[in-house]
Design a protein around this ligand. Structure first.
Ligand code: PBG
Length: 389
């Protein structure tokens, strides 16, 4: 027999989804109670249209949902969210990388890093002062050198009056409270564009160590607070530690680029310093992006050799490595949010594809959440400004 239609059609109801595995009760295979209850969309619509919505008190929710735990309760208001936030991101966590060049009152933008400029020495001082005023207490210096100052032995890296050494002295004289971190690797000074000594097409390990140690000593003499070997030669942390101590620089720290990967995200940095390898790649010393356990080997060695801080680089594509290293060591962990990671957010922002400011903040927060105590980031200044509101 044919059923007749009711005279009045019922109010539209939604919530009658087809049964799917996750709407079934796992224990007995029956539909869950919540699924059987239709949402009163008619009442909801009336409520929302009323001049004075009171949905909380009207109990428009689904009484059958019956949940004791509602994680959303803790997300209700901005003050609750602030109260319960698990990870803190403040300007004090940032290390600001600075590209320094010769000249006076000069700034040259880095094409592939919107917002980043190479600055002449006088401007570096101003920038560092501005960083301090924003709560950023640490800077990492990278010198931009002309080709005629590069050779196979990175000879100019140890000059007492080299660009880097003069910049360190400027900074420490004018702003003694700032932490100056300097990069130890041959590439900015090397005609080969490699981090170690090249001979017969090979990057020599042990032969590079004295060159790196001389570089670190020269930086320490100029007043660097922390030297940061980024070269990935074996044994360099211990070699630097012993060399520094032998000259009385017991208080000069070592921030080791512990797990530095052979990454394509360094592209914009190499453009900034014109430091790309002239031949070959860096895969015989920088790590294979496929490896995580190996990062723990590096971390163990660096800590044993005297590293005060260990670093993972890049950061975003290696959050798992940051977390693993953090769990494995008892020294502070830093992460380098590198040039390419910065550039891609900026580029997408310029195209209008995402909100670059928000994406940058989220990137940096994720690096902290993964376990980084400190973050080297080109977004340090803008983010510090934003965090200060
Ligand atoms: C080189 C060095 C590199 C970076 C910091 N130190 C590049 C490289 O290894 O080729 C990259 C930083 C960045 O991409 O932001 N010793």
């Amino acid at each position: 027999m044919k059923k007749t239609k009711p005279a009045k059609s019922p109010a539209p109801r939604i919530g009658k989804r087809p049964a799917s595995p996750d709407t079934l009760n796992a224990s007995n295979g029956s539909r869950s109670e919540a699924d059987a209850f239709p949402i009163r969309i008619d009442a909801l619509n009336r409520e929302m249209a009323s001049p004075n919505p009171v949905s909380q008190s009207m109990h428009l929710g689904n009484p059958m949902a019956n949940m004791l735990r509602r994680p959303r309760r803790n997300r209700r208001t901005a003050s609750l969210r602030a109260l319960l936030r698990e990870t803190e991101l403040t300007p004090a966590h940032f290390i600001l990388p600075l590209f320094v060049m010769e000249g006076k009152n000069q700034r040259i933008p880095v094409r592939s890093m919107p917002g980043v400029e190479r600055l002449s020495r006088d401007l570096i001082l101003k920038e560092a002062r501005r960083a301090l005023s924003l709560g950023i207490g640490s800077v990492a210096l990278f010198p931009v050198l002309a080709d005629n100052l590069k050779d196979a032995f990175a000879s100019t890296s140890t000059l007492d009056d080299g660009l880097l050494q003069r910049t360190i002295r400027d900074l420490k004289n004018a702003l003694p409270e700032i932490t100056v971190i300097t990069d130890v690797a041959m590439d900015p000074y090397s005609s080969d564009g490699h981090d170690g000594l090249v001979y017969g097409g090979k990057i020599l390990n042990d032969e590079s160590l004295p060159i790196l140690a001389a570089m670190a000593l020269s930086q320490a003499r100029a007043g660097a607070d922390i030297v940061a070997p980024s070269d990935m030669m074996d044994g360099r942390v211990g070699y630097l530690r012993r060399s520094l101590d032998a000259e009385g620089f017991n208080d000069t720290g070592i921030l080791a680029y512990t797990a530095k990967y052979a990454s394509s995200f360094y592209g914009p940095f190499r453009e900034a310093l014109d430091s790309a390898p002239k031949h070959g790649d860096k895969k015989t010393y920088q790590m294979d992006p496929a490896n995580r356990r190996e990062a723990l080997v590096e971390a163990e060695l660096d800590v044993r050799e005297g590293a005060d801080i260990v670093m993972v680089k890049p950061a975003l594509a290696y959050l798992d490595v940051i977390a693993a290293v953090k769990a494995a060591v008892n020294v502070p962990v830093a992460a380098y949010h590198v040039s390419g990671e910065y550039a891609m957010v900026k580029a997408a922002g310029q195209l209008g594809w995402l909100d670059a400011d928000a994406a940058m903040l989220e990137s940096l927060m994720s690096i902290r959440r993964a376990g980084a105590d400190a973050i080297l980031t080109y977004a340090a200044m803008e983010t510090a400004q934003r965090l200060q509101g």
